[in-house]
Ligand binder design. Structure first.
Ligand SMILES: Nc1ncnc2c1ncn2[C@@H]1O[C@H](COP(=O)(O)OP(=O)(O)O)[C@@H](O)[C@H]1O
Ligand SMILES: N[C@@H](CC(=O)OP(=O)(O)O)C(=O)O
Length: 450
């Protein structure tokens, strides 16, 4: 049995959903279909999830939002019309969404999650309806009745381990099962969504639960490329990646797969295959435990921006017991999670996403570091990009850092920071945001031009 997850781009229109149907029909092993909400039809379009967020915000502010509600419904209507479905499915979707919008808004985070989740939930109902109309037995499955139980962290859920045994029972059901991605239920029955892009996580959990032979993740590109195709034209395709490499690359900016989605499949030893809905016969990219390392030290280069660095120096920091802990405690007090902490003898930097730091918090934190830790110097630098080069082969090759540093120097990119993961499968360079493209292109040229 296979789990096939289709992303928003694969379900953005009736035409795309027809392709999905052909893909499911072509392989009877594809019993589990995990769906996102309709995504972008073209570059300038808006995802249904974003329309729903705008709608929820309007209801929270004004108790109504007719225009935003209609924008959502018109996306489903267009799809239903294209697929020749009767309009009762649209009535059901409208009623469902209206009930949520006019329901309990006393807890804005909960309300927002319920509205967001309706995007995938209603799409799953519509798609099951369409499959049946085409003569394929299909059933919508609610994550609640299937037992996908998650932690109660709105917008950032984590799966709870007891879910897996419950999901396993789905194997015994008949027909194709259409499962909405992106959300589960807390132990007390509340809808809770994963972080954005989280339908990939649902697919992985389901694949682990039902012990699928493969988790197929259908998107709009033929494979994972060695670098973001929006930064380098026609980049090299990657045929095989290890879980570790993919985890690092997706964390560092490969938008094609959610970085938290690998863990459930990895633990259950289920191979993951990235495939293209628009070209389903292409082999795609396979994510496996072990691969052969014949293609040089680096397999991929990723980048992500919007980071800031908090640099702290103090003479003899190395001898002061508990300095790092107290510094991180100051950040924890303001609920800031950090990503990296490169350090020297007398200095340390803490790198985190800058959207966690408004000017007021910055002032408070800097003052506390001077006062409570007796720092000599504290500098906050914003708009940094983290560029990551990744490859299991790096462990077996000498001189990768020198090659990368040299390539960046040749391109006139100043390295603000270097951090090598202990696992030695990745190396990260902090550069100024304005240098992102140049840095990635220079590294691609160095490691992939031949
Ligand atoms: N290294 C990469 N390889 C492939 N695609 C990438 C990479 N980096 C970024 N992308 C982008 O990821 C997109 C697919 O992800 P996403 O839009 O989330 O798809 P979906 O709608 O299927 O969830 C591609 O269209 C591509 O522009
Ligand atoms: N629709 C949700 C979840 C998701 O995974 O979507 P997509 O498959 O389009 O990335 C979001 O936009 O975050």
């Amino acid at each position: 049995m296979k789990v096939a997850k289709f992303g928003g781009t694969s379900l953005a229109s009736g035409e795309q959903i027809q392709k999905v149907f052909q893909i499911i029909k072509a392989d009877p092993l594809r019993k589990f279909v995990v769906v996102s909400a309709p995504g972008k039809r073209d570059q300038d379009d808006t995802k249904v999830t974003d329309l729903l967020i705008a709608c929820a915000e309007q209801f929270l502010k004004h108790g109504e939002g007719k225009e935003q509600f209609e924008a959502v419904i018109s996306r489903y209507t267009e799809i239903a019309k294209y697929l020749n479905l009767t309009m009762d499915i649209i009535d059901r979707i409208s009623m469902d969404l209206l009930e949520i919008l006019h329901g309990d808004r006393s807890n804005p985070n909960r309300f927002m999650d319920a509205v967001k989740a309706s995007g995938e939930d209603n799409n799953a109902k519509l798609i099951a309806h369409y499959f049946n109309s085409e003569g394929l037995e299909a059933h919508y499955v609610s994550p609640k009745e299937a037992g996908l139980i998650v932690s109660d962290e709105p917008g950032n859920a984590q799966v709870l381990p007891e879910s897996y045994d419950r999901l396993r029972l789905l194997r015994d059901r008949t027909g194709v099962l259409v499962f909405p991605g992106f959300f589960g239920y807390s132990q007390d029955g509340q809808i809770v969504t994963f972080s954005r892009g989280g339908s990939d996580i649902s697919g992985s959990i389901l694949a682990a639960g039902v012990q699928a032979e493969v988790y197929e993740n259908f998107t709009d590109v033929d494979s994972v490329f060695s670098v973001n195709p929006n930064i380098v034209e026609n980049p090299k395709e990657i045929a095989e990646l290890t879980y570790r490499e993919m985890r690092e690359l997706s964390y560092a900016g490969f938008a094609v797969f959610h970085d938290e989605a690998l863990i459930p499949a990895f633990r259950a030893q289920i191979p993951v295959q990235i495939k293209n809905t628009n070209n389903p016969t292409a082999t795609g990219t396979k994510i496996v435990h072990v691969r052969s390392y014949t293609n040089g030290p680096v397999v991929g280069i990723a980048s992500d921006n919007g980071f800031c660095s908090l640099y702290v120096s103090k003479y003899l920091m190395n001898r002061e017991i508990g300095f790092g802990r107290r510094l991180l405690q100051i950040l924890e007090d303001d609920n800031i999670s950090y990503e990296h902490t490169p350090s020297g003898i007398d200095d340390i930097s803490v790198i985190f996403h800058q959207n966690q730091l408004d000017p007021e918090t910055e002032e408070k934190i800097v003052e506390r570091i001077y006062k409570e830790l007796g720092a000599d110097n504290v500098v906050v630098e914003r708009n940094l990009t983290m560029v990551m080069i990744v490859g299991e082969g790096m462990r077996h090759n000498v001189g990768t850092t020198a090659r990368a540093a040299n390539a960046l120097a040749q391109a006139g990119v100043n390295i603000e920071m270097i951090n090598q993961g202990s696992s030695e499968v990745s190396m990260m360079f902090g550069v100024k945001g304005v240098d992102e493209k140049r840095a990635v292109q220079a590294l691609y040229e160095e490691f992939f031009s031949n």
